[in-house]
Design a protein. Structure first.
Length: 138
């Protein structure tokens, strides 16, 4: 699997997106998605993601996310999965999403996850300890 460079993981969400999706921050732990949905908006050329069906990971992303969460004074709900299903088949062994959830729980952030995989059930032990949790299945 290809590892790509990332300067930051946590993005602030404002304006209409904040009201519409009910999230304050957004993270995409993987780039690309292998589910192949024909209705997928993320594969649109406006996002300029080459080879969208190939899943890539971001170098050192958990350490970067840890630093970013630590520095945020404003807590809130973090959206995961807007541009890539975070519970893709690789997540089962890599556990990147699981590590990110542990950080969100530790720093008292909520989470909103979009997924079409029942692998999310694996992380129910962490999700049960979080205050605000939204899971959306497609
Ligand atoms: S699961 Fe989501 S991100 Fe992945 S292909 Fe389907 S719509 Fe796109």
């Amino acid at each position: 699997m290809q590892v790509i460079k990332a300067k930051s993981i946590l993005q602030k969400v404002g304006g209409h997106s904040n009201q519409w999706f009910g999230i304050d921050y957004n993270i995409n732990l993987y780039k690309g998605c292998s589910h192949g949905c024909i209705y997928c908006d993320s594969r649109s050329s406006c996002y300029q993601i080459d080879h969208f069906d190939e899943v890539r990971i971001k170098d050192n992303e958990i350490a970067i996310l840890n630093k970013e969460l630590q520095s945020k004074k404003k807590k809130g709900v973090v959206g995961i999965g807007a541009m890539s299903d975070t519970y893709n088949p690789f997540e089962k062994n890599l556990e990147i999403t699981r590590q990110a959830l542990k950080l969100l729980q530790f720093y008292h952030f909520g989470v909103s996850i979009d997924t079409k995989s029942d692998l999310v059930v694996r992380d129910i032990d962490i999700l049960k300890q979080m205050k605000n949790v939204i899971i959306k299945f497609t």
